[in-house]
Design a protein around this ligand. Sequence first.
Ligand SMILES: NC(=O)c1ccc[n+]([C@@H]2O[C@H](COP(=O)([O-])OP(=O)(O)OC[C@H]3O[C@@H](n4cnc5c(N)ncnc54)[C@H](OP(=O)(O)O)[C@@H]3O)[C@@H](O)[C@H]2O)c1
Length: 278
Amino acid sequence: MSATASPSALPPVVLVTGAAKRLGRAIALKLAANGWRVAVHYRDSVEEARQTVADCGRLTPGAQAFRSNLGMETAVRNLLPAVVEAMGPVDAVVNCASTFEHDNAATFSFAAMEKHMRSNAGAAILLAQGLHAHLSARQALEPKARGVVVNLLDQKLWNQTPDFVSYTLSKAALDAANSMLALALQPLVRVVGVAPVMGQHQPLLRGEKLAERSASLPSHHQETDLDTTAAVLLALQESSISGTTLLVEEELPQDKPQAPVPAPQPPAAPAGRRHGRR
Ligand SMILES: NC(=O)c1ccc[n+]([C@@H]2O[C@H](COP(=O)([O-])OP(=O)(O)OC[C@H]3O[C@@H](n4cnc5c(N)ncnc54)[C@H](OP(=O)(O)O)[C@@H]3O)[C@@H](O)[C@H]2O)c1
């Protein structure tokens, strides 16, 4: 789907959850810069959401803010209809909002697991379900209307660490849901995962740590937020992608000397065997 492919006269609409600040805001701005009207979802970050709406609106007019607690099922179910009512047909949802609270094997609890599962996996699934119902309802007047859901996953799924147990479980559930939803919601809705990858042994970089690392990178290097936003845009635009996850890997700084790759050595002959062909 491209930003000009919507059957309506207005630019297409994307709901980005957790879009007031950080990665969600960067995604919202990237999409607005590429012709999407952005529904900026937030929970507590009122002022930041207002700023993101203003900044997105300068790029593609019509952005609006929507407040919702994604831990509450009724609030999640009401979110997409509220966007449709205010902005018209919705074409895409980017599930970026996430609870991210520390726990480990010693402190894990059902309460922590449920909190993460609700906002990080359950809400994303309900919003995908809602988008599919919305697209189904549009078919009578717009038989070519199609939608896409992008789920933000995490490199931790492929590079496990022992902490953030509940958070990681919720992202593992969302990863599984990603494949199931892609099968269940086709052909009306595509479902694509985007997983920021911070390098094999990098801890998750957030807040000050992310800013610190970005500042230390050479100027030609794109920080992870920007790489991730490009992957989200690609997922929205490329109609052949569904049921898979785009891993967004940081480039190594080009001016950092790399260790030489050792030349391949022939395998050692097992003891008692002779070299050469018969
Ligand atoms: N940052 C990284 O290094 C990194 C690495 C790998 C993957 N990711 C993934 O990328 C996405 C964005 O990362 P991030 O670091 O920018 O996220 P974040 O700052 O941890 O959270 C984004 C927003 O989620 C919203 N949120 C949390 N719980 C909510 C709830 N119950 N209801 C509604 N909104 C809720 C908050 O909105 P309010 O502030 O408005 O309350 C928050 O600002 C996440 O899905 C994360 O798992 C990030």
